[in-house]
Write a protein that binds this ligand. Structure first.
Ligand code: MG
Length: 385
């Protein structure tokens, strides 16, 4: 079946200009991965029939996490350069024989529907069109250490994406100049003699490249997570015969165990309830009824991860967790760092946002008499307004 309009989203770059291990197209902006924002723009346009993403082979997990639930064909693996990646994308959509193709950088998540619609309209008239902006700074041409020349900026434009072409023409041009290393598709078109028009681009349609761009992007989403919620959780489990307790996901040798339906990890239960409390989504028992046999003997990281996922679904972030474990024994201090580390890993939260404290009750009450362990936790959650 042939289609009219296909988009190729180029997301195979490594984005090394912004520090860190995650390529910029997978970083979150306003609680949503950059790639997801970009892809949604195309999916939401009724005239775009297909959205093909090109990714780096190492990024499959990141891709799944970012857009796995959206209606997209399986991603194509890119090549070593942007140009090679685009060619892979063009090859992948060839079976659909699209009439027009819109090649877009994943790191431009603020493309407006207005620009996209203008491109869709224009390309059917002229066959090749890109958004571009006039250069406002005066541009100097250097020769060695000195300025050789001042260019006439009336003729200078900054190219953006998406770049729209007749599919067959740009595919042939890409194949023909496969060995060159050009930084946009218009350059390939120009090289093969295709006349490329421009329409006005937008400053908002910038490419996230630097740390500053990322900050600007965060501000543009208007999402500063100013809706701060506090949740509180408390849990108690009694001791029974045994040889270890599980606290914060860590197995601690002791001459008793904690009694419970699951692994009785009183610490994780308190944190789970604190998180659920902050987003007003009931308690651990609502989500994992003790009457349901499938949670028998379950490890409690399942409960905590579920609560964190609910926060994620609200586009929120966990700002901090403060846990207090109350017992006479076993001693918590030697295991504290491991518990913090373990929780950090479970919910993908910086360790400096996780506090683990312990106290006794001076031999008073059930914790003082060594009948069980209590845990209390406070979670701070930030949600978008
Ligand atoms: Mg419990």
């Amino acid at each position: 079946m042939t289609i009219r309009n296909a988009a190729i989203i180029v997301a195979a770059g490594r984005g090394q200009r912004i520090g860190g291990e995650i390529p910029k197209q997978y970083l979150s902006v306003g609680g949503e991965p950059v790639l997801r924002r970009t892809v949604r723009i195309f999916l939401e346009n009724p005239d775009i029939n297909l959205v093909q993403v090109v990714i780096h082979p190492d990024d499959l997990d990141l891709y799944e996490h970012a857009v796995g639930d959206l209606d997209l064909p399986i991603p194509v693996f890119g090549g070593d350069t942007r140009q090679q990646s685009v060619l892979k994308g063009l090859e992948a959509i060839d079976i659909h024989m699209p009439e027009y193709v819109y090649i877009h950088d994943a790191a431009r998540p603020f493309l407006s529907q207005q620009i996209l619609n203008s491109l869709i309209r224009e390309v059917s008239h002229c066959g090749a069109v890109i958004p571009a902006l006039k250069v406002t700074d005066t541009i100097k041409y250097m020769s060695g250490d000195n300025i050789d020349n001042t260019l006439n900026r009336d003729f200078l434009f900054r190219a953006q994406t998406p770049q729209a072409f007749r599919y067959k023409a740009i595919f042939m041009a890409h194949r023909r100049f496969e060995k060159s290393d050009l930084t946009d598709d218009s350059a390939i078109a120009e090289k093969s003699g295709i006349k490329v028009r421009i329409i006005p681009g937008s400053e908002d349609n910038f490419k996230i490249t630097t740390e500053n761009d990322l900050k600007k992007a965060e501000m543009m989403t208007g999402n500063s997570y100013t809706d701060v919620r506090i949740g509180y959780g408390i849990d108690v489990h009694a001791f029974e015969d045994g040889d270890h307790v599980i606290l914060g996901g860590i197995k601690i040798p002791y001459d008793k165990s904690l009694k419970g339906h699951s692994d009785a990890d009183v610490a994780l239960h308190a944190i789970t309830d604190a998180i659920l409390g902050a987003i007003a989504m009931g308690d651990i028992g609502d989500h994992f009824p003790p009457s349901d046999d499938q949670w028998k003997g379950a490890t409690s990281d399942i409960f905590l991860k579920h609560a964190a996922k609910l926060v994620d679904e609200k586009d929120g972030v966990i700002a901090s967790i403060d846990l207090t474990i109350i017992c006479e024994a076993p001693k918590i201090a030697p295991h504290r760092e491991m518990i913090r580390d373990r929780i950090s890993e479970m919910i993908d939260l910086d360790i400096d946002r996780i506090s683990v404290k312990a106290t006794t009750t001076e031999k008073l009450g059930f914790t003082g008499k060594g009948e069980g362990i209590m845990a209390q936790a406070v979670a701070t959650i930030r949600l978008p307004e």
